[in-house]
Design a protein. Structure first.
Length: 751
């Protein structure tokens, strides 16, 4: 087996976008129709009339439904433009229609901007009627440079470029409306309102909803009792961006007590890494309690029953001593200490309170890098927004250098239709884990992703029992056989903690390595497989994650995106007979800032990776990508790709990217495309969804695998060539890292 390599010493170069203007273009086959523009004008007039009679907010909330899923570049550019401020700055929400094939974007604009948009659109209609022959324009007519040369725009208040942008917008916008949704929730609820630049408490008071400050989560989200939810939907349903009930029942799990004959003795803890656990309560009377530091976060005023200690205790037992309990799942990671926070009871949890608790716990326990969260809601996630719990975990992971491992939640009734996963398993920055049995088949209690229609969740699967298989744990009364994603997640937490604490990897590289190990080669999964298994099943032994076959070269690299393009053209893939005898794959992970208020457009930053041979080109992107991705090519030429296809084919906006080639013994060698510089290159391009520059300083981790199609081991050649190109190459040797970890954690006694 070959060791995995770490490449450091050569920073990625950074450059701004070329910013080559592409002009105003419309989609292939587009027909710009005057009647449709008039319909949009009439809809805006109705919207203006509605908001002239509503005085709760100082402005107008307007929903723009597009004909399809739209890229940021094809959102409205003339509608709602206000001087130098672009319409995208007014977006306060985004969702899909029921069929999930159209975007609905919500804007908040001033009444003055709405009035100006109506006036300008009226002028656009006049120009069309007076100057354009016929009732429509084809794409070819629109993009003919001479098409508008004969129009004297000086006699109109709309100039030629603005006129063309309005026409382009009309090709994408299907309709405009005010959303008067119906209330379909009951009970105390967490309600998020659109950001309309008003104090939340004062705005609700105008509607007769009077709340205390401790019920406000942030500037747009509040906890409301059922009667207040009804008032809000009766008086101002247009204000509600999203709403979910607050009390969650825990997703079920199965437990069968056993005799205690198989109990074992554990040594006292020393310098082992510590994993944080957020769960139900822990019983300090169990035999491994010396390994667990327990913090009871449940009020003493609340009664606690024996059942409240079972789930949390069993989860911590796996983190501490999984190999002792389950020798068939010996991962080679040893034992771990646990800092266990009891934040919920067996009967369920209050989302609003648990969010506050987790935020405080993270802030006051900054030394913990890996957190296990095996709590999950019985309720299903929503199609158009991330759960409040998932969102806060994403926010904390962006803010702090931590990673959450989360259980994928379990099916209530295994004989009924598959449920969607429950909160917080929709957290995008976390590693979400589903279960398989020991035959690697999806467990019968599995619930399914995908999140927001295209994000792959769960991320991976692991052994959690099911289909007649069980995992052994320690509960307060002794040994028990259990099944559930609750028990698969802590087994992955152990691996991630080992990679970060013992092997010294960043969380980005550790997550990428875990996912990459599960994918393997030729793992083209169907939508249903991704929804149940995720990217794949993680190997049991940590050595299988940290080593690679002798016909492969696997290396890890990490850097920071500071500008539009972070690139490095110095990867010396070995050459044989003037060709590259390799296929390649790469897995990239980053932890973006997210915005729950943006609905389905949840991730603020997109990092797109390209990896492949260098081409001999005078301008444009010199990389020939292994996955034929031609997004973000700065060569001034149009490269059309529908947003829906970009998300499906290239995981656009996803914070996990996997690109790769299929392995086949019939695979041919790759020719050299640049004889002057026969290297491979990597480029990571950054796209911002909002105007807040959230992508600056985002760290990414990449795991690259080169597989020799002739089976020859050329790792030494790669290492030597990398040294000559200025790289510092480190072999990831497990024994050496363990020695280093122990040395760094020795207690030094001073005389």
């Amino acid at each position: 087996m070959n060791e995995i390599l770490t490449l450091t010493g050569k920073r990625f170069e950074q450059r701004k976008s070329n910013g080559i203007p592409m002009g105003v273009n419309v989609p292939t086959g587009a027909i710009i129709k005057l009647i449709h523009i008039k319909n949009l004008y009439a809809e805006l007039q109705k919207i203006q009339s509605f908001w002239n009679n509503e005085h709760v907010i100082n402005g107008a909330l307007i929903n723009v439904q597009y004909y399809k899923l739209v890229a940021k570049s094809n959102r409205a550019s003339a509608f709602f433009k206000n001087g130098k401020h672009v319409p995208n700055e007014t977006v306060v929400g985004a969702r899909f229609n029921e069929q999930k094939n159209k975007h609905i974007i919500t804007h908040f604009v001033s009444m003055d901007v709405l009035k100006k948009t109506i006036e300008k659109l009226n002028e656009v209609i006049k120009i069309f009627e007076n100057e354009i022959a016929g009732e429509s324009l084809s794409k070819e007519e629109f993009e003919d440079r001479s098409a508008f040369d004969t129009i004297n725009f000086s006699q109109y208040t709309v100039k030629v470029t603005e006129f063309k942008h309005f026409l382009k917008d009309s090709c994408f916008i299907e309709k405009l409306f005010v959303d008067m949704q119906v209330n379909n929730i009951s009970g105390t609820s967490i309600v998020t309102l659109y950001d309309v630049n008003l104090d939340l408490k004062n705005m609700l008071s105008k509607l007769g909803i009077h709340i205390s400050s401790d019920r406000i989560m942030n500037k747009t989200t509040v906890l409301l009792d059922e009667q207040y939810v009804k008032i809000l939907f009766d008086k101002a349903p247009y204000l509600v961006s999203m709403a979910v009930k607050d009390i969650n029942q825990m997703a079920p799990y199965k437990s069968m007590p056993l005799s205690n004959d198989g109990l074992f003795h554990l040594p006292s803890p020393k310098d082992e890494p510590t994993i944080g656990v957020l769960d139900t309560l822990f019983d300090p009377k169990v035999l491994f309690s010396e390994w667990v530091e327990f913090h009871d976060e449940i009020s003493d005023q609340i009664s606690k029953n024996p059942i409240d200690y079972r789930h949390g205790t069993s989860v911590s037992s796996l983190i501490v001593a999984a190999p002792d309990l389950n020798p068939n799942l010996d991962d080679g990671c040893g034992h771990f200490k646990v800092r266990h926070f009891g934040v919920a009871l067996a009967k369920g949890f209050n989302s609003f309170e648990i969010i506050r608790k987790i935020s405080h716990i993270l802030e006051t326990n900054s030394d913990i890098k890996v957190w296990n969260l095996s709590l999950g809601s019985n309720d299903e996630i929503r199609d158009n927004f991330i759960s409040a719990e998932g969102s806060i975990l994403d926010e904390l992971q962006y803010k702090y250098d931590v990673i959450f491992i989360i259980a994928g939640t379990n099916q209530v009734n295994v004989h009924k239709e598959l449920q969607k996963i429950g909160a917080p398993a929709d957290s995008l920055n976390s590693i979400v884990v589903n279960s398989v049995d020991f035959s690697k088949k999806s467990a019968n209690y599995s619930r399914q992703g995908i999140v927001l229609s295209f994000f792959t969740k769960p991320d991976v699967s692991y052994y959690g029992g099911g289909n007649g298989d069980f995992i052994k744990v320690i509960e307060p009364l002794g040994l028990a056989d259990v099944t559930g994603t609750s028990y698969a997640a802590p087994l992955i937490s152990r691996k991630v903690a080992y990679l970060i604490h013992v092997m010294g990897l960043s969380r980005e590289v550790a997550k990428a390595l875990i996912i990459d190990s599960a994918i393997g080669w030729n793992q083209n999964k169907s939508f249903n497989e991704l929804a149940l298994i995720g990217h794949g099943i993680v190997p049991i032994s940590i050595s299988e994650v940290l080593e690679t076959p002798e016909d492969e070269i696997k290396f890890m690299i990490s850097d920071v995106s500071e500008k539009y393009d972070s690139y490095n053209y110095n990867f010396p893939v070995p050459i044989k007979d003037s060709a590259f005898p390799y296929i390649a794959k790469a897995t990239m992970v980053y932890f973006p800032k997210t915005s729950r208020s943006q609905g389905v457009d949840y991730t603020n930053t997109e990092l797109n990776i390209k990896f492949g041979r260098l081409k001999d080109v005078a301008k444009g992107d010199p990389i020939d990508p292994i996955n034929s991705d031609h997004q973000n090519v700065d060569d001034g030429k149009p490269h059309y790709l529908y947003e829906e296809n970009a998300r499906k084919l290239f995981q656009k906006w996803d914070n996990v990217k996997h690109i790769g080639e299929k392995y086949s013994q019939r695979k041919q060698v790759k020719s050299i495309l640049n004889n002057h510089n026969p290297q491979w290159g990597m480029s990571v391009k950054t796209t911002e969804r909002l105007a807040s520059r959230d992508g600056e300083g985002v760290r990414f981790g990449v795991v690259v695998t080169l597989k020799a199609i002739d089976g020859v081991n050329r790792i030494e050649e790669f290492i030597n060539s990398a040294y000559l190109r200025g790289w510092l190459v480190t072999r990831l040797q497990v024994e050496n890292q363990i020695v280093l970890f122990n040395k760094l954690n020795e207690e030094v006694e001073l005389d």
